[in-house]
Design a protein around this ligand. Sequence first.
Ligand code: TLP
Length: 363
Amino acid sequence: MRIVDLRSDTVTKPTPRMREAMMSAEVGDDGFREDPTVNKLEEIAAKKLGKEAALFVSSGTMGNLIAIMVHTRQGDGVICDRRSHLNMLTGGGTSAIAGVTTCPIGVDTQGRLDLDELVSNIRPNDMRFPRTTLIVFENTNNLAGGTVITTQDTKELVSIANKYGLHLHLDGARIFNSAVAQGVDPKELTKGCDSVMFCLTKGLASPIGAILAGPEDFIIEARRKRKLLGGGTRQAGVIAACGIISLEEMIDRLAEDHKNARFLAEGLSKIDGFTLNLSTVQTNIVCFNLKLSGLSCKDFIKKLKDNSVLAVHMEGSFGRMVTHKDVNADDIAYALERIEETVDEAKQTNARREKSYSQESVT
Ligand code: TLP
């Protein structure tokens, strides 16, 4: 059965070249820093981001958590977007493990932190308040619709961080989507950030892993925290080999995912019940609101699954679809047909229900 899986770009399968690279990877014990493939991946990644050093970690969640643990002390406060991965989707790890509180603030329609709100949430030096020590922002901003944060936007954050003596961490899970969409070198988007995390497992299609990058002394401390979390690795070259392919072969093709996302978004915007802000569709993410009478967005997405299309329900009428290397334009056209059919079925069911209610009330 044909299934179009638009739940996330995390569903991407490793490429044939990745599977070959896993087989032939040169490996060693990374605990002794002796895995040449891991070392090579970390070097390439640091260079691509314009940072001194990098660390291979198991996941984006772990990379962000380690960054927070290095930049803060227990009891500190971290300013972030209310809908950020950090605030919503880490299973509470930030407070449970790093021992810090998040101070969530709003973003504009383009996913940029509200700078006035940011500044007004930097706590004064008073023992009653958590000490604000860190700002975290996403580029691309996932739940704002995969929107890109520009070099100029980043400069503004850097200058606030510098002015108030705060650290700045970039959750760049999809930083290469942002760079490709804007046609800029990723180094430009990381300039001035104290640390950067990006995921190898999303559009870049690796099966495991993320990178945390920053100055040498930050990475030495990050390596210690990774150990503390039980995240140290041994012959991790077998997976780092995929990461190298992600960085060497999978970045430029992200443009195709962006084109498919636009095609999907434009198609969705013409279907009854869907509302989208097309100006936020800048990369591979399509966020939408769905309002149908008699069927919630959550139940619609469940029904859609029976009609071969997988999407994610976020909250209320808010849902998300993501394009990636394992869906092409033809799959998107097919998905749009199935979505339209599902909407029609839902409308017919609702019309029948309303008709039977009105008959019941007459009799
Ligand atoms: N995002 C995933 C889900 O966990 C929601 C997705 O499907 O988008 N930062 C950002 C901006 C992310 O979007 C994600 C994952 C992470 C961090 C965490 O990365 P992983 O999944 O590798 O822990």
